[in-house]
Design a protein around this ligand. Sequence first.
Ligand code: ADP
Ligand code: MG
Length: 332
Amino acid sequence: MGEFDLIARYFKRPVRRAALGVGDDCALLQPKANTQMAISSDMLVQGRHFFADTDPRALGHKALAVNLSDLAACGAQPLAFTLALALPHVDEAWLAAFSQGLLALADAHGCELIGGDTTAGPLNICITVFGEVPVLAGRSLALLRSGAQADDDLYVSGTLGDARLALEGLQGKLAIPQELLARAQQRLQQPTPRVALGLALRGVASAAIDVSDGLLGDLRHLLQASGVGATVEADVATSLIAASAYSIRATGDFYLDLTATQWRTLALAGGDDYELLFTAPARLREAVAGAARHSQTAVTRIGHIEAEPGLRLIDRFGQSLPNSYASFDHFA
Ligand code: ADP
Ligand code: MG
């Protein structure tokens, strides 16, 4: 099977909203009046972002999920994406499963594949997503990293740390009971992009970022962009590890004996969570709760923003904790 048959077979589909899809030199998108386009790219490299034997269906899901997560963090409605793919060889079973995982998530979000590039080479998947944000009375409703203000509340969606727990288990660094590993692995390999929450937070959140490299590392980006500081309740964040909740009800299948510092490290610096970390003024607590309900996404208040720059961590007794939780950096 050649390059063009491969594209036609696995990636070419009838266009729906785009003006032109796969098959010409460019795809065409027709922006609506009073909207901005939100655009983001993420690349997944074998050996760096995923193991060679990763289930291709899960990989297709994750490659798009991490991109949709960026649109979610901006409060953008997904529209379309392109797929640049390097493949070592044509493996039809792999391509069928990969494209099914990818396109199932795409369909769930009404985000269509409009083009890309296909080449031979070490397995590498690069997606660019295009989303839409309304502009009202000349003001964009996009959520940015730079809008946090002193005294805002700090929230995170969903659960934290489980993806990292699975990674440690798969790498053989932690001995994790099989049942627990299977659940945590789901979070690592098939993260849920919080698109509906991002949309519901337009006009409510003052700033947002998605958690890809670890909670505190990504929080630092938001604080720097906003020129503020924050205090984070470390034990509240740590309680959001789904595995810790199972482990407390522990019987043999789920029991995991980690130190308090290990649990905190998973939650605060784990990475690969693809949750939304965002701020909102305290007077909008009801609106935040409404956005959580409307999007059927759990949201937890984990701290607050302060004028004093820097990141402070406190435990459940309000005692300060040393802040030595490093997040992931490809070149550090
Ligand atoms: P060009 O040589 O003009 O860059 P290509 O021959 O690379 O075009 O691709 C032919 C068409 O197939 C283009 O419309 C391109 O967007 C699309 N395409 C290529 N690879 C993919 C892919 N992996 N998924 C979706 N569309 C693709
Ligand atoms: Mg090309």
